[in-house]
Design a protein around this ligand. Structure first.
Ligand code: ZN
Length: 223
């Protein structure tokens, strides 16, 4: 996860929808009405606004999202069933990928004790060269379980493989094809440079999994 700073105003179409909530419907019903009434323009404005704010990365796994409904869904960090009143609160809505059995699809209505709206989401998850992720606190372990972010191959082999390939690519790109060099060495300056590169959006987009690679590299610096 990468810390999301909700600084952008919600899209005007969504603000207008919220304002038009009938008194006899609660916030959750009115959010659901967006879909029942097929208000796809508003749904799309919201997901594009959030995707843009997130540099086109899924709030949870950091894979690429476009903001389009093909790969992006409006996701409530605090599930609507747990707090109906926050169903229309844009500060509680992020853009998630639509990958099966992880992120939004895995979250459902479970409590999420560590979220991308908390800065600790960047420090309490430790990503490894193997592509696996480890939680460094109880709440991090619970968030990894709820979102199925790939602590073991058994739970999410596909996601671990994706991350492993990117790690391998990063090492190869920077250390060449000499097998003896295929380790991230104690080269602090190069590692810092890579971390800076990964944090810099190009045309408003971060590279898929850039925060994950950055996390791994920071771990090497601390080692
Ligand atoms: Zn995701």
């Amino acid at each position: 996860m990468r810390k999301i700073t909700k600084a952008l105003a919600p899209p005007p179409s969504f603000t207008d929808w919220v304002r038009r909530k009938p008194a006899d419907q609660d916030e959750n019903q009115w959010f659901e009405a967006l879909y029942q009434q097929q208000q796809w323009g508003i749904v799309s404005d919201l997901s594009h606004c959030n995707a843009h704010e997130q540099f086109y990365l899924c709030a949870y796994c950091c894979d690429r999202i476009t903001g389009d409904s093909a790969d992006t869904v409006n996701e409530h960090v605090e599930a609507r069933k747990l707090n109906r009143r926050r169903s229309l609160d844009h500060l509680n809505i992020v853009a998630s990928c639509k990958t099966k059995k992880q992120c939004d699809a895995a979250h459902g209505s479970q409590p999420l004790p560590l979220t991308p709206l908390m800065s600790e989401c960047e420090t309490e998850l430790r990503f490894k060269l193997s592509g696996r992720v480890e939680g460094l606190s109880d709440r991090a372990r619970e968030a990894i379980r709820v979102l199925n972010l790939g602590d073991t191959e058994q739970n999410n082999k596909a996601l671990i493989e994706k991350r492993k390939q990117l790690v391998d690519g990063l090492i190869w790109a920077n250390y060449g094809d000499d097998p003896d060099q295929l380790q991230l060495e104690e080269d602090a300056e190069l590692i810092r440079m890579l971390i800076d590169d990964l944090a810099r959006p190009q045309n408003g987009k971060l590279e898929p999994f850039a925060p994950v690679l950055s996390n791994i590299l920071r771990g090497r610096l601390a080692a």
